[in-house]
Design a protein around this ligand. Structure first.
Ligand code: HEC
Length: 170
């Protein structure tokens, strides 16, 4: 009996020492644990933690930036990997992710040697007539090497193209 007591006492005094040590550490390091990445507050956070935190830390999303479509694709991928939730919950997750981790990178570059007429028109904000002329010129004369080549295309609005030269890739 006394043995058990003694054992318990030594055990709890060791715990007390451990606890005191932990408290001292916490007091000396008030920020301990604070540098762990935290998901921002917002509607859908709890659902995201619940649905996405089952297989990996939900913070895995923090290094990604996606458009709404992009996050939809990530979540669809996770559903294939076995994520389970209702459609409403997945909707909340996608909205939360798109709101907090949006892809705000400037519109991508346009490769004038690879883009279709449609991509050129939408991407550069030029008429379909101009973009088709670019593609026809490219098909008959070969790849553009520089903006000077591009400006040789008849019908092109050179001022408008020149204004977008930083977004062009050859
Ligand atoms: C059933 C398990 C499971 C669930 C639930 C799950 N994932 Fe994943 N997820 C994985 C696996 C497996 C990987 C790939 C291995 C890894 O990176 O850990 C992954 C990787 C990721 C990645 C990194 C992949 C990349 O290509 O960069 C992201 C982002 C991600 N998951 C987001 C989510 C989101 C958002 C949710 C909630 C909708 C979610 N995951 C729920 C299994 C899951």
């Amino acid at each position: 009996m006394s043995m058990r007591f003694g054992h318990q006492r030594s055990c709890s005094s060791r715990n007390a020492a451990l606890l005191a040590g932990m408290m001292a550490f916490a007091m000396a390091h008030p920020a301990a644990g604070a540098d762990k990445p935290k998901l921002p507050e917002g509607p859908g956070k709890a659902t995201t933690v619940k649905v996405c935190g089952i297989c990996h830390a939900p913070e895995i999303v923090m290094s990604r930036r996606e458009s709404l479509d992009g996050w939809n694709a990530v979540v669809a991928d996770m559903i294939e990997r076995g994520a389970k939730a209702t459609d409403d919950e997945f909707g909340e997750v996608v909205d939360y992710l798109a709101a907090n981790f949006p892809n705000t990178a400037p519109a991508g570059k346009i490769n004038v040697n690879q883009a279709s007429a449609k991509e050129l028109a939408v991407g550069l904000g030029i008429s379909e007539k101009q973009s088709s002329a670019i593609v026809q010129y490219r098909e008959s004369k070969g790849k553009f090497k520089s903006i000077e080549d591009l400006l040789r295309v008849p019908e092109i609005d050179s001022a408008s193209i020149a204004a977008k030269k930083d977004r062009l890739e050859f």
